[in-house]
Design a protein around this ligand. Structure first.
Ligand code: MEV
Length: 365
């Protein structure tokens, strides 16, 4: 049966092979504390894409998923693909196409399980691909909402930050589901280094929650401090407070370490980045491995930090200009990818799909 036949049978004249893309994110400040309602700052990394295709299939035939080394019927895909399954379901329902089936293919520029938002990015890209296949337009707010419903399956209690940032264009200050775009006035660079160790965000979030139950006062004080650092970091970005941002990143790393969610390999990379001239460095995302980020004052410093981190064993290092205009000025810097290791998606989280308010304003000081 051809797409033509499927179109006729389902009365969907615009049905075709759909494509959707999203991208990686890094959390500059406020991971974990954001789950408790404190502010967080996250930065989309547009050069690291997540791509998805949705190909309408013959009804009655098992729809397939090709993702992260898995290729087979979607219904039989391992547990880790629960989020993608949910993304397919909610996107089909949104498009009024619940009776249709799609073969889904995803491809990622960045590794899974490294705190770069691969689960949200995968769900978002799949949602976009299915809506595209059905010829249905959706607002970004709706795409984020659908993505976050998928994140619930993987994560349990998502803050919504990953869904927003992997679909969004600008760095955001995110507080309790509402976000404010940040006009970055800082010609600096983030150096993002993979520790090579996959960490489970769900496990890390559960771990922090267990500590919170056991030692509420201690943990609450840490979370509160992380939230304050996030608000201050948003201001630093808007005002160009380079050195203060670096110091706050160092402080945040210590606090996250006090929650026992960093990893010795990540800590080594953080130390190495600082010795190489980073103005500050920290783990990013869920932790228990994953990636670290370091702040570099300029392109030359970013390259030198990158070289040192690769020499120190990081399997992949990326450079991202914080000021979007620098993409042109320093052409190519943000595209540097040393290693294709572990490309693909991991459904490592399972967030409770609350509504995310993307009707934002711009953040200026
Ligand atoms: C994961 O990228 C960030 C966490 O704060 C979890 C969340 O925000 O849902 C650890």
């Amino acid at each position: 049966m051809t797409i033509q036949h499927i179109r006729q049978r389902h009365g969907m004249s615009r049905l075709h092979r759909g494509y959707g893309e999203t991208w990686a994110k890094t959390i500059l400040m406020g991971e974990h504390s954001v789950v408790y309602g404190y502010p967080a700052v996250a930065v989309p990394i547009h050069s690291l894409k997540m791509r998805a295709w949705a190909i309408p299939t013959i009804t009655g035939h098992a729809a397939t998923l090709r993702s992260l080394g898995y290729y087979g019927p979607i219904d039989e895909a391992p547990e880790q693909f629960g989020g993608v399954r949910k993304a397919i379901e909610v996107a089909k329902s949104y498009a009024g196409a619940s009776t249709l089936d799609f073969d889904i293919v995803t491809r990622s520029d960045f590794p899974a399980g490294r705190g770069l938002g691969s689960s949200a990015a995968a769900s978002g890209a799949v949602v976009r691909a299915i809506l595209d296949a059905c010829g249905v337009a959706a607002s970004r707010q709706d795409v984020v909402g659908l993505t976050n419903r998928a994140e619930v399956i993987t994560h349990g209690h998502p803050s919504g930050l990953d869904a927003v940032t992997t679909c969004g264009d600008d760095p955001v200050l995110f507080v309790k589901g509402a976000m404010t775009l940040i006009d970055v006035r800082m010609p600096a660079y983030l150096v993002i280094a993979d520790s090579g160790i996959a960490g489970s965000t769900k496990e890390a979030v559960d771990d922090v929650r267990a500590q919170y139950r056991r030692e509420r006062d201690r943990v609450e004080a840490i979370l509160q401090r992380l939230g304050t650092l996030a608000s201050q970091a948003a201001r630093d970005l808007a005002e160009g407070g380079l050195n203060s941002l670096g110091r706050r990143m160092d402080d945040a790393h210590e606090l996250l370490n006090a929650l026992n969610i960093s990893h010795p390999v990540a800590n080594d990379l953080v130390e190495r980045a600082r010795r190489s001239g980073a103005l500050g460095a920290k783990m990013t995302g869920g932790g228990l491995g994953g990636c670290i980020i370091a702040l570099a004052a300029d392109g030359m410093s970013a390259r030198s930090i990158k070289r040192d981190l690769l020499a120190g064993g990081a399997p992949a290092v990326w450079i991202h200009p914080l000021n979007q205009l620098d993409v042109e000025v320093d052409g190519g810097l943000d595209q540097e990818i040393e290693d294709e290791a572990g490309t693909g998606i991991e459904i490592d989280r399972n967030i409770a799909g609350g509504d995310v308010d993307t009707s934002h304003g711009r953040f200026r000081v």
